[in-house]
Design a protein around this ligand. Structure first.
Ligand SMILES: Cc1ncc(COP(=O)(O)O)c(C=O)c1O
Length: 334
């Protein structure tokens, strides 16, 4: 481990000598349950508010829709949870010894997670990002000191993934490839934190969980945790309605490289949402609920409403992955 890790992390690792990467997750439970006033910004990851979308569900008699406001994480998105879990696991397994840099492919939010956590812990970060990622995100990554490799926009995130893989193979002494698409700590972060928060905040009354699929870490981790506690709850995956779409961070599985962590057996139902539906709902969330979020949040809520209109009763929980400021240069905002 590099010498300039914060004393907080050093102390934390020293106090858990029995920790065995891949088997014992008490380390992550500890950091994610740190009190808010702990002397590190890392203590601010997780424990996000569960908001009731009152106006959106006001015409629905016996169905309520709640949403996790994931932009309350320090890096402004749901991906802080996975980034923190993957980095801590790499640190603790010695994969970052000798000043190795973190390397991954990301369309933005995971990269921002790696970037601020890397800066906070003194770990170098190199990211492969499609050139068409939003300019706000690219500037933010640069602000945290990330070494950016911009890849062909026509190849999307899949092109960035192939580039990162190649780089990791070419220079294994320089980089540790975190590979968020196959890293079990990505869904594990949600199994250990987001899932239990949903169970706690709904007093285990949640009947349906709805989430978009990117790496699928959020969907897989939360679904596994909720299913363990509530065997009859239903998990609904949200996908764009075609391969060419404008819902950033989200994959159309049939036409994409399927992430290694994805488990289609966990999906009870898939709801497809068009870019236009997602954008329309994003605007409605701002105007009617006072919630300014990104387009994947609009897609998740549009799917939640489609689901709500089909079921007789229930408590739906969905995820709002990030806030809208990141996308304000998109032309659909009027
Ligand atoms: C804006 C946004 N929404 C949704 C997702 C999907 O999350 P996951 O990768 O956990 O499936 C991502 C992932 O990066 C994202 O950036």
């Amino acid at each position: 481990m590099s010498a300039d890790n914060t004393p907080f992390i050093q102390e934390w690792l020293n106090n858990t000598p029995e920790y065995n990467p891949g088997e014992d997750y008490s380390l992550f439970e500890k950091v994610f349950s740190l009190p808010r006033n702990a002397p590190s910004i890392l203590s601010q990851v997780g424990s996000t508010p569960l908001l009731k979308l009152g106006k959106m569900s006001s015409s629905l008699d016996n169905v309520k829709i709640y949403a996790k406001a994931e932009w309350f994480n320090p890096g402004g998105s749901v991906k802080d949870r996975a980034a923190l879990a993957m980095i801590l696991d790499a640190l603790n397994s010695g994969h970052l010894d000798g000043g190795k840099r973190i390397l991954d492919a990301t369309s933005g939010n995971t990269g921002i997670g790696y970037a601020w956590i890397g800066a906070s812990l003194g770990i170098g970060v190199t990211l492969c990002v499609p050139k068409n990622a939003s300019p706000e995100r690219i500037k933010m990554l640069k602000a945290f000191g990330v070494d950016l490799i911009l890849t062909d926009p026509l190849e999307g995130t899949d092109g960035a993934i192939l580039h990162a893989k190649e780089l990791a193979e070419t220079d294994p002494d320089k980089y540790h490839y975190l590979d968020q698409y196959s890293n079990p700590m990505n869904p594990m972060a949600h199994y250990l934190t987001t899932g239990p928060e949903i169970l706690r905040d709904t007093q285990k009354t949640v009947t349906h969980f709805v989430a978009c699929l990117g790496t699928s870490g959020t969907f897989v981790g939360i679904t596994k945790r909720l299913r363990k506690e509530l065997p009859s709850f239903r998990a609904v995956a949200v996908q764009p309605d075609g391969p060419f779409h404008g819902i950033e961070g989200v994959k159309h599985m049939e036409s994409a490289l399927v992430p290694g962590i994805y488990d289609p057996d966990l999906v009870d139902e898939t709801i497809f949402v068009s870019t236009q539906e997602a954008q329309k709902m994003t605007l409605r969330l701002a105007k009617e609920e006072g919630i300014l979020v990104g387009v994947s949040s609009g897609a998740a809520v549009a799917a939640s409403i489609k689901l709500a209109e089909k079921i007789e009763e229930g408590i739906i929980v969905t995820i709002l992955p990030d806030r809208g400021e990141r996308y304000l240069t998109d032309s659909f905002w009027r």
